[in-house]
Design a protein around this ligand. Structure first.
Ligand SMILES: NC(=O)c1ccc[n+]([C@@H]2O[C@H](COP(=O)([O-])OP(=O)(O)OC[C@H]3O[C@@H](n4cnc5c(N)ncnc54)[C@H](O)[C@@H]3O)[C@@H](O)[C@H]2O)c1
Length: 458
């Protein structure tokens, strides 16, 4: 069941925000006249015709994609039709895994980097799940949609501003879904935050903090194949918030980005780039390819700040290099209270004993149970069994398949994919220009003003 309508409280607050925005912003700024004209259908709220069964083709079945194959096989009404990977042992492993589960053998496509296009010619595939290296995501999504398939891509959806616009244009032109698989929107805490925000319990939203702080230096041990074999070159060549969406996606949903508010402008700053070179020196011989990289460009810690059209502020951090405990920050602050993650903490008028001290642990757990998101109430236990980052991966795929089979709009659309991903290339431009302020494109072309916030879905 789906209820994309905001609650009465959040609808009132949404209208009040819009009134406030009108007073505070010039029409020229709101209009963002520079946006290119729409190419087709507005895709927020778009529901494709119901699919009785969801017939899937996978592109890229390495560390991440192989998990998607496994989880999709646990969902009712899913057929694994074809698998593409240009690394023969990886492709063979995935095909064998499907057969081992008693399923028909999927057709394999492994004849080079462009063989996915042959898979896309098939008429018996409805959706394509893409889990290849970053530089392939946008073009594979575009080719999939042009071939009449709904496209689902791993994060980030695109690496340049131009690619973000292409995704939007092609999704609108073809009337095909283009969803970035931001699994972190399906964590228990994130769903709880969305629920209390939509109920108005944090008041009017002011500020958010998001991050992907995850020590992943060990991926550099994957030299010939695997994540480190391609991701390491991004740290070497680029300097920006290269992986912005895990923390950002959920807080963007709380704030109603593209749906009542939008990212307006941003700037970024990077720390020195030291950790990768140190790791290479410590772990690999002097003539190793990682030690042949003369300059590592990407700052170990990159911090971006964003201002929204309604005047809210956001901080987004990214660090996959430093020895530092994992965090997505997940902080959302309003006029009545603040939730922060890692560890979970809440201070909220009417909910917690004090507002100048955090409520944590058992008392917070009580509050979280009381205001649990209905989707987590219904599916939380099954999601934990389904697994994948504590169950959020499975829950995301369950929502995707359920929406497609029921002919419902998806929880994330192409404008989300573009707005959340574009922070990457814009942060690179900002850092290269002494943290210059960058305008964030309005991928909705003004429709954010009349689109209600993403509601409470079950
Ligand atoms: N959402 C999450 O929690 C999460 C977690 C891990 C990875 N990811 C994302 O998933 C994606 C894949 O990452 P990974 O860690 O699985 O990397 P990986 O290197 O293990 O897997 C990528 C696979 O794509 C294949 N490939 C590369 N180019 C191809 C082409 N042109 N055609 C067909 N196959 C091709 C490779 O052979 C490899 O098997 C990345 O975007 C990564 O950021 C997301």
């Amino acid at each position: 069941m789906q209820n994309n309508q905001p609650s009465a409280v959040s609808r009132r607050s949404f209208m009040r925000h819009l009134a406030g925005a009108g007073a505070g912003l010039t029409l020229a700024r709101l209009g963002q006249a520079a946006e290119p004209a729409a190419k087709g259908k507005y895709m927020t709220g778009f529901a494709a015709p119901k699919l009785e069964r969801v017939r899937v083709g996978f592109i890229g079945v390495g560390a991440r994609g192989s998990g998607h194959v496994n989880q999709m096989m646990t969902l009712e009404g899913v057929d694994v039709i074809a698998i593409c990977d240009n690394h023969p042992p990886t492709l063979a492993r995935s095909i064998a895994n499907v057969v081992k589960k008693g399923r028909p053998k999927p057709t394999e496509y492994g004849n080079g980097a462009e063989d996915y296009k042959r898979m896309l010619e098939r008429k018996d595939i409805d959706i394509v799940i893409i889990a290849t290296p970053w530089e392939w995501h946008a073009r594979m999504c575009i080719d999939a949609m042009k071939a009449g398939k709904h496209a689902f891509t791993e994060v980030p959806a695109a690496l340049t501003v131009e690619e973000c616009w292409q995704l939007v244009d092609v999704s609108e032109q073809t009337g095909k879904h283009c969803m970035m698989l931001e699994n972190c929107c399906y964590g228990r805490e994130e769903l709880f935050c969305l629920n209390i925000v939509r109920q108005g319990l944090l008041g009017d939203l002011l500020h958010a903090e998001a991050a992907y702080v995850h020590e992943l230096r060990g991926q550099m041990n994957e030299v010939a194949h695997g994540t480190g074999s391609w991701r390491t070159f991004h740290y070497a060549k680029r300097n920006g918030n290269l992986y912005p969406t895990h923390g950002l996606g959920p807080v963007a949903q709380y704030l109603g980005i593209n749906r009542g508010d939008r990212f307006d402008y941003m700037s970024a700053v990077a720390s020195p780039a030291l950790g990768r070179a140190l790791f290479a020196k410590a772990k690999f011989p002097p003539d190793h390819q990682w030690n042949q990289i003369k300059q590592w460009n990407c700052g170990d810690m990159v911090t971006t700040i964003i201002k929204t059209a309604l005047g809210r502020s956001l901080m987004v951090q990214w660090d996959e290099t430093s020895p530092r405990p994992y965090s997505r920050h997940n902080l959302i602050q309003g006029t009545k209270g603040t939730f922060a993650g890692y560890p979970n903490r809440l201070a909220c008028e009417g909910l917690t004993p004090k507002t100048h001290e955090w409520t944590e642990d058992a008392k917070l757990e009580e509050i979280m149970k009381k205001y649990e998101h209905p989707l987590f109430v219904k599916m939380g236990e099954l999601a934990k069994k389904g697994g994948g980052h504590g169950g959020m991966d499975w829950l995301m795929l369950w929502r995707v398949v359920t929406c497609l089979r029921e002919g419902q709009p998806l929880d994330q659309d192409v404008y989300d994919a573009a707005a959340w991903s574009v922070i990457g290339p814009l942060s690179e431009k900002s850092i290269a220009n002494r943290s210059a302020s960058m305008d964030v494109p309005d991928f909705t072309r003004g429709r954010w003003k009349t689109t209600p916030p993403f509601g409470i879905v079950t």
